[in-house]
Structure formats: structure tokens, C-alpha cells
Design a protein around this ligand. Structure first.
Ligand code: HEM
Ligand SMILES: *[C@@H]1O[C@H](CO)[C@@H](O)[C@H](O)[C@H]1NC(C)=O
Length: 339
């Protein structure tokens, strides 16, 4: 080998070495935040070519039977990915050693977890042990968004499943229903989502429901004067008890106008002081977010564009890749350790 070839070879080694360093290391953080470069579109193209189709079919079937499964898949992506990593830790049941994220107050009202297993079982029948629950969680959200009238948002795959509940961290990472907008913006900005992105993601509250337990503090002992008075009788009718039985299924639909559609009606509602949660109300009144709320109320395409961008970032938050984590056999339990 001549000198020149050797020179080229070492140059090449140097380049590939430095680029591989920048993938995982601190240095590359701005190019490849927290492992996200390991994710690709259609990761299972060779290992399980039917995976995405199977998931889409199941999401559609389940949606036909229970429309609210779509709301659950959308909420899942927030509750899993915003807590340190999109690793399906959310889906793990409690064990003797740890409490499930699903049991925590931040997860109040989350539902349909058994149907994630239905999707996983359908995928396992075709490709056992190949497709992670973390990817199923993300792809089911992507497909659910389409079912409820939202945009198709290409989302990458290649995540692996975590082995541990992150329940002790939930309060630190997931904002509460009455948290200040400043603190909400801080929490999202820590995972790379900017203010328009946050405003767009909260547009998810255009579908689904809010239980009375999360509302009564705005109704009793006095009705919050910030509520639109036209909206109050409906809420009082749905939530007649100042201290609702937490087990009772008493709730109000988030968007009375188009409760089953992901659309920008949410923004018109909150500008109209019909937002149910304190954060929904505040989003329309905080000086940082109000101008964006107004734009999204007028322009559904702008809402969808920002929503897609933010959901992509959320879905790529610090995944487990390579030899980290595992591919769970069932989504609600970590695999038994081989000895
Ligand atoms: C500041 C951030 C957020 C807070 C404090 C918050 C809080 C809540 C609360 C308290 C509920 C009502 C649960 C119940 O009573 O059943 C809810 C419902 C919901 N949230 Fe959020 N949320 C936030 C952001 C998000 C994001 C980013 C998404 C999605 C990307 C999302 C999706 C949903 C959906 C779809 C529902 C309806 C669920 C159903 O009907 O089953 N939320 N949220
Ligand atoms: C928020 O609501 C919870 C009850 O859900 C309450 O315990 C807490 O004190 C409230 N926080 C603020 C800042 O009002």
C-alpha cells in the first residue's frame, strides 16, 4: 500500500471514528440529541416487513370497536416519551419490587392498556421477539392520529424496551393539571420542544375527557370566575359532587363541539374560556403562549405543522437502542432474565 492510500485510510478511520463518537458523546449532542440518530424510518423493513401494516390494521380495528382507544394511544406517547425515554416503561405492571407508572396520580384516567397487548400479540404472531413495545406505542399513536382526523406524521422506529418502571420520576417530568405555563414550557424545553410545539401538543386536549377529580377545584366551593359562564351549567351537571368518588366515572368531554376529532377547535374553546384544566385555560392567557393559541385557532394547517414537528421530537426522546434494553414478549411485563 502506498503512502497516499495509507493516508486516505487513516483519514477515513479518523472521520468514521469521530462521527461515531459524536453519535453517543456529549460533543455531538446538538447534531444527534440523546441517541435519536439510531432511529430510522421503517426499522423493521427487513426483520419484520409487515410490522407497520399489522399495527395499522389493529389500530383501525380497535378504533372501530372503541373510538377512545385512539385517544389513549395519543396520550401514551406523551406519558411514555416525556419521562426520560420512549422505552414503554409506562406499560409495565406493578411488581413486588416496583409500582407501575399506570398507578400514579399523573396517569389518572389512562385506559385501554389491554388493547396494546392485542396489537402486540398480532405482531408477535408474525414476528416473535422482533418488534419492541416502545415502537408499537409510538406507531399506534401515529396511526391513531390519522383515525381522529389529524395528519400522517412519519415517525422513526428502532427503540428497545426498558426493564424498569419510572414511576418515582413521573411528577418531576410530567406537568400537573394546574402547573404554571412557565414550568410546563421548561419541562418540554428540556426535551427540545419549543413554545409553539408545546401549544400544538396541548391541542391533543381537543379529544377525550377529563374526570371530575381534575375539575372540581375550579367548580367548588366557588366557580372559577375565569370560566365562561355559558359553560358552567354543563360542568356542574356532569360534576355534581364537590368531592367526587375517584372510582366513579364522572367526567366532562374536553371539546363539546368536536369531541372525537383532533382539530383546532381546542384553541377556540380555550380563547372562549371553555378550557377544562387550569393549564388549558392558562395557555390561552399567558403572554408567551396566547399569540400562538390565536394563530392556531385561525389556522389548522399551522397547528398540524407544529404538532407534527413536536411529536417527532417527543417520539425521539432518548430511546434505548443497540444492545440496551430488550424486546419484550408482552408489553406489561419485562422479560425473565436468562441465567
Ligand atoms: C401540560 C401538559 C399536560 C397536562 C397537565 C395534561 C393533563 C391531562 C389530564 C389531567 C387529562 C384528563 C385525564 C382524565 O381525567 O381522564 C388529560 C387527558 C388527555 N391528555 Fe393530557 N396533559 C398534558 C399534555 C398532553 C399531551 C402533550 C398530550 C399528547 C401528546 C396529551 C394527551 C391527552 C389526551 C389524548 C387526553 C384524553 C385521554 C382520554 O380521553 O382517555 N396531553 N391530560
Ligand atoms: C394542584 O392540584 C392538586 C390536586 O390535584 C393540589 O394538591 C395542588 O396543591 C395544586 N397545586 C397548585 C399549585 O395549585
Amino acid at each position: 500500500m502506498g503512502f497516499f492510500h495509507l493516508f486516505l485510510l487513516s483519514l477515513f478511520t479518523l472521520l468514521s471514528f469521530s462521527s461515531s463518537v459524536s453519535v453517543g458523546g456529549e460533543e455531538g449532542a446538538k447534531f444527534c440529541p440523546k441517541n435519536s440518530c439510531q432511529l430510522v424510518l421503517n426499522f423493521y423493513k427487513e426483520s419484520c416487513p409487515q410490522a407497520e401494516e399489522i399495527i395499522r390494521t389493529q389500530v383501525k380495528l380497535l378504533y372501530k370497536q372503541h373510538k377512545n382507544t385512539a385517544f389513549s394511544w395519543l396520550r401514551n406517547i406523551f406519558h411514555d416519551c416525556a419521562v426520560q425515554s420512549c422505552d414503554a416503561s409506562l406499560l409495565l405492571d406493578s411488581t413486588r419490587r416496583s409500582v407501575s407508572e399506570k398507578e400514579m396520580d399523573r396517569s389518572f384516567g389512562m385506559r385501554n392498556f389491554k388493547y396494546i397487548e392485542t396489537i402486540k400479540e398480532a405482531v408477535e404472531r408474525e414476528c416473535p421477539g422482533v418488534v419492541s413495545c416502545a415502537d408499537i406505542l409510538v406507531l399506534s399513536a401515529r396511526d391513531a392520529i390519522v383515525e381522529i382526523g389529524g395528519p400522517f406524521i412519519p415517525l422513526k422506529t428502532g427503540r428497545r424496551d426498558g426493564r424498569k418502571s419510572r414511576a418515582p420520576l413521573l411528577e418531576q417530568y410530567l406537568p400537573d393539571h394546574n402547573e404554571s405555563i412557565l414550568s410546563v414550557l421548561d419541562k418540554f424545553s428540556a426535551i427540545g420542544i419549543d413554545t409553539p410545539g408545546v401549544v400544538a401538543l396541548l391541542g391533543s386536549h381537543s379529544v377525550g375527557r377529563t374526570h371530575c377529580t381534575k375539575l372540581v377545584h375550579r367548580l367548588y366551593p366557588e366557580v372559577d370566575p375565569n370560566f365562561n359562564p355559558d359553560h358552567v351549567p354543563h360542568m356542574l351537571k356532569k360534576c355534581p359532587d364537590p368531592v367526587p368518588n375517584p372510582k366513579a366515572v364522572q367526567y366532562v368531554r374536553n371539546d363539546r363541539g368536536t369531541p372525537m376529532k383532533l382539530d383546532n377547535n381546542y384553541y377556540r374553546n380555550i380563547l372562549d374560556d371553555k378550557g377544562l384544566l387550569q393549564v388549558d385555560h392558562d395557555l390561552a392567557h399567558d403572554r408567551r403562549t396566547r399569540p400562538i393559541v390565536k394563530q392556531m385557532a385561525k389556522n389548522q394547517n399551522y397547528f398540524f405543522r407544529e404538532f407534527a414537528r413536536a411529536l417527532q421530537i417527543l417520539s425521539e426522546n432518548n430511546p434505548l437502542t443497540g444492545d440496551k434494553g430488550e424486546i419484550r414478549k408482552r408489553c406489561n411485563v419485562a422479560n425473565k432474565r436468562r441465567v
